[in-house]
Structure formats: C-alpha cells, structure tokens
Write a protein that binds this ligand. Structure first.
Ligand code: TXA
Ligand code: MG
Length: 339
C-alpha cells in the first residue's frame, strides 16, 4: 500500500486516534523510541505493522495501554510480583510479558500464549492511547533490522510512503527501548535490558539474567526478537572493548585509511582528541551514559547519512544503562574486538 505520509502534531491527536480506530497504523513518540501503533485487537490492522516494517511474523509486538484498568482486556492473569513492578515503574520504560487473554490475536504474539504489555510515559503517547480507546500494538517504528527511531525524521526516512501518518513529538527522551521481563516464570527473567536497569528492578523483585549460560547452548531464544540482527546502519559497525580501546581504534583507523574505507569514531567527549584528525562523533561524557543512550541510534543513522563505510565505537562498562547500550551495540556490530 502506498500512502502520502502526513506529519501530525500534538494538536492532531484526534486524527491519529481515528486512523487507529479505522484499522490503520500510525507512528507516535514514546519516552523510549518512536513506535508504530495499530489496534492490537484487530488482526488486519496488526498485519499492516508487519508489512510496513518488513518484520518477521514470529517476532511478537508490545501492547501499549494508557491505564492499568485496560489490563484485563489483554492478559489473563498477573502474579503479585508483576503488580509490584507495575506500581513501581508504570508509566515507564518497562515491558512485562504475561499470559495473554483470548482477545489478543495470535498475530500480535507471534503465536505465543503470552503477551508483552507496557504503559508508556509520554504525554502524546498517553493522549493517543486514550483517544484511540483500544490497546495499541507497537514495535519500534523502523524498517526491521535498522536502528530504532528517536526522531520523527528517522521514521519518515524508513517508513515514508508506507504508513499514513507520524505524530511528531520531537526527540524521544531515553533513546533506547524499554526493558523486557518475562513474568510468566519464577524467578522473573530479563529478556531484553533497557531503560530501566537491573539494579533498579532488583530493589523491588529478584530478576534473573541468563548471562553466561546462553552463549553455551543454542536453545531457542526466550524472546523471539533476540535472534535477529538488529539496530544496524548500512555502515559496518565495529565495537572495541577492553583495556586498550583507543590504541586498537587508532590501528583500525590506520587500516581503513590504507584500504580507502571512510570511517568515523563514536567516542566519549573525554576521548575525542585521542584519534588525531579522524572524524569523531560525540557520545557525551563517560560519566553520563544517559547521553550516550539518547544519542546512539541517531549517531548510527547520521553515520549513514554522511556516507561513512565504517563506524568504530568505544565500548563501555556493562553496568547500569551500559548493559542495554552494549546489548544494542553487540547486535548492531559486524565485529566486536576485545583488547
Ligand atoms: O521501548 C519499547 O519497548 C518500544 C516502544 C515503541 O514501546 N518498542 C519496542 O518494540 O522496542 P520492538 O517490537 O522493537 O521490541 C519488542 C521486543 C522484541 O524483542 C520482542 O521479541 C519482545 O519484545 N517480545 C514481545 N512480545 C513478547 C512475548 N510475548 N514474549 C517474549 N518476548 C516478547
Ligand atoms: Mg525494534
């Protein structure tokens, strides 16, 4: 289907809500990244999300609500621990996987008997969800495999002509997707690190991670989306981690220069002068990973826009937000170099 994609503003929420009620999909800002939303209870509407994104049918979608009173429409039961998390983190960047209700079409959940739900913390998202009056299934509003969109212009670049409208709410806050937890198992399990950190979650409930175990067997990934290559720009992404990051990046730069490959370094502000006259893009200070998180996808897209063939990224410690940032970088990367 070809559309003349309209850019809507906060004044046009009623227009966007009407499109959703009519079974169309609309991109809208959340506090994490832009989502591509459609009525979660209408299979034909949900099918349009998969078509617009080119998303594999077995990768399930997150259902967005504006109020916990809508939960009973989409899930069949929720354990007390899940309730504790809802109280602590909603509205906010935390997605809970729970047993689904019969009303949720299999297409939303990729055939699973569970459904992922969250209440986003963004005034335009909440206004749209309320005006639409239905639960809204919404993955990130990018072409499948590309970096998630943090600006309306990113959505337009990927999905222009493929969707009827984008609600422009400026830059999203976090710039990184929600944390996804499986609340159907005991203990609760981390499926995707995100804007809410493990440290924050563990103040409320015990959350297990499968770090250290998953690499050693090839069991089915618990979250279907985790098996796909993700978040990748056209440029080849190389992540460098360990003790000698800058030395290694300088060597890689020299190598690329000999090959005639154009490269840019994603560097922390403190390290920008470490690469001589090579092109760099600023990830903010090492001391404030929130800045790195909010810029990451934009910088990966910008590298493509400027025509770089390679992006060398300084790895960061995997604590707090660093866990989610490194998770995305590893998936985006063609190569991870340990020094
Ligand atoms: O911040 C976010 O989460 C954004 C905004 C728009 O809300 N959405 C987002 O959606 O990142 P998406 O589709 O790009 O990622 C959803 C992730 C995927 O890894 C998917 O496999 C997982 O959640 N997921 C969804 N439903 C699931 C389920 N029933 N069981 C396990 N994993 C599920
Ligand atoms: Mg996505």
């Amino acid at each position: 289907m070809q559309y003349q994609t309209k850019i809507l503003s906060s004044e046009d929420i009623a227009v966007a809500a009407e499109l959703i009620r009519q079974g169309e999909c609309v991109a809208f800002p959340t506090e994490t990244v832009y989502g591509l939303g459609a009525n979660a209870l209408a299979e034909q509407a949900v099918a349009k999300i998969f078509a617009a994104k080119g998303r594999p049918a077995d990768n399930p979608l997150i259902v967005h609500l504006y109020d916990r009173r809508q939960l009973a429409d989409v899930i069949s039961k929720w354990p007390r621990e899940a309730e504790k998390l809802m109280v602590a983190f909603w509205p906010g960047p935390l997605t809970l996987v729970l047993p689904k209700s019969d009303a949720v079409p299999a297409m939303v959940t990729g055939g699973l008997d569970t459904v992922a739900v969250r209440i986003p913390d963004h005034p335009l998202a909440l206004a749209l969800l309320k005006a639409a009056g239905v639960p809204v299934a919404a993955p990130s509003a990018n072409i499948s495999g590309r970096p998630s969109p943090t600006r309306a212009s990113h959505v337009l670049h990927d999905l222009g002509g493929r969707i009827p409208a984008i609600v422009d709410g400026g830059e999203t806050g976090w710039g990184l997707e929600s944390t996804v937890l499986d609340c159907t198992v005991q203990p609760i399990k981390l499926l995707r690190p995100g804007a809410v950190t493990l440290e924050q979650l563990r103040r409320h409930v015990f959350v297990e991670t499968d770090r250290g175990t998953r690499q050693h067997n090839d069991a089915a990934p618990p979250s279907p989306g985790m098996k796909y290559r993700h978040y990748s720009p056209e440029a080849r992404v190389i992540v460098v981690e360990g003790k000698h990051i800058q030395r290694e990046i300088r060597q890689q730069l020299a190598h690329f220069r000999r090959q005639g490959t154009t490269a840019v370094v994603l560097a922390f502000s403190e390290n920008k002068t470490a690469y001589g006259d090579a092109a760099t893009m600023d990830m903010g200070s090492r001391g404030d990973l929130k800045v790195a998180a909010s810029r990451l996808y934009h910088l990966l897209r910008k590298a493509d826009h400027l025509g770089y063939q390679a992006v060398l990224v300084e790895g960061l410690p995997e604590t707090d937000l660093g866990q989610a940032i490194m998770n995305r970088l590893r998936k985006a990367a063609a190569k991870v170099v340990k020094t």
